[in-house]
Write a protein that binds this ligand. Structure first.
Ligand code: HEM
Ligand code: HEM
Length: 163
C-alpha cells in the first residue's frame, strides 16, 4: 500500500458493500426453513427456487473470497500508534474472527442449500447470528474510537488510498 495509515478504496468499498449485504441477507432469513423443505420435497437443483436470502448470501460469499484475496495482496495499515498492546491484540483477533464468521456463515448456508445437507441448516443460522453479534460489537467499538478516543480508526475505513 502506498499510504500505510489507511485502507485502499477497494478494501473500503468491499467492507461497506459486504456489511450492507450481510445485514440484508440476515433480515431476509425468515421463511428459509420452509423454502429449504420445498427445495428438498420438489427435488429442485441448481439455482431453482432461489430466494433473495440465497442470492444476496451467495453474493456475500463470493465478495468475501475476493476481499480475502485483496487483503492478502494489499495488507492492512499499521495499528494506530499509542494504543495499549492489549487493545491492539484485541483488534487483530476481533478482525480475524469477523473474517472467519463472515466466510463460514454464507459457506454453511450454501452447503445447506446447494448440496441439500439439512443438518448444516441450524448450525448455519447459529454462526450467522454469532456473526451479527460480533459485527455489532465491532461497529460499537469503531464508534467508540471515533467519538470518545477521537482517533483515526473510522477515518481509515472511510477515506482510502487510491490503490
Ligand atoms: C452472510 C450471509 C448469511 C446470513 C447472515 C444468513 C442468516 C441466516 C439466518 C439468521 C437464518 C435463520 C432464519 C430463521 O430461521 O428465521 C438462515 C437460514 C437459512 N439460510 Fe442463511 N444466511 C446467510 C447466507 C446464506 C446463503 C449463502 C445460503 C444459501 C446459498 C443460505 C441458506 C439458508 C437456508 C437454507 C436456511 C434455512 C436453514 C434451516 O432452516 O435449516 N444462507 N440464514
Ligand atoms: C456486518 C458488518 C461488518 C463486518 C463483517 C465488518 C468486518 C470488518 C473486518 C473483517 C475488518 C478488518 C479489515 C482488515 O483488517 O482487512 C473491519 C475493519 C473496520 N470496520 Fe468493519 N465490519 C462491519 C461493519 C462495520 C461498521 C457498521 C462499522 C462502523 C460503524 C465498521 C467499522 C470498521 C472500521 C473503522 C474498521 C477499521 C479498523 C482498523 O483499521 O483497525 N465496520 N471490519
Amino acid at each position: 500500500m502506498a499510504d500505510k495509515t489507511r485502507y485502499s478504496k477497494l478494501q473500503i468499498g468491499l467492507h461497506w458493500l459486504i456489511a450492507v449485504l450481510i445485514l440484508a441477507t440476515w433480515w431476509l432469513g425468515d421463511g428459509m426453513g420452509r423454502a429449504l423443505r420445498t427445495r428438498m420435497q420438489e427435488n429442485l437443483s441448481g439455482f431453482d427456487g432461489n430466494t433473495w436470502h440465497v442470492w444476496l448470501g451467495t453474493a456475500v460469499l463470493l465478495l468475501v473470497v475476493i476481499r480475502m484475496i485483496v487483503r492478502w495482496m494489499q495488507g492492512a495499515p499499521a495499528p494506530i500508534a499509542g494504543q495499549p498492546p492489549l487493545m491492539e491484540k484485541a483488534g487483530t483477533w476481533g478482525h480475524r474472527l469477523l473474517y472467519l464468521l463472515m466466510f463460514l456463515a454464507p459457506a454453511m448456508g450454501a452447503v445447506t442449500w446447494y448440496l441439500k445437507i439439512r443438518a448444516v441448516g441450524d448450525p448455519h443460522a447459529l454462526v450467522a447470528n454469532a456473526l451479527m453479534i460480533v459485527a455489532l460489537g465491532h461497529a460499537l467499538i469503531a464508534l467508540y474510537h471515533h467519538y470518545f478516543l477521537k482517533d483515526a480508526t473510522l477515518r481509515r475505513m472511510t477515506r482510502g488510498t487510491a490503490d
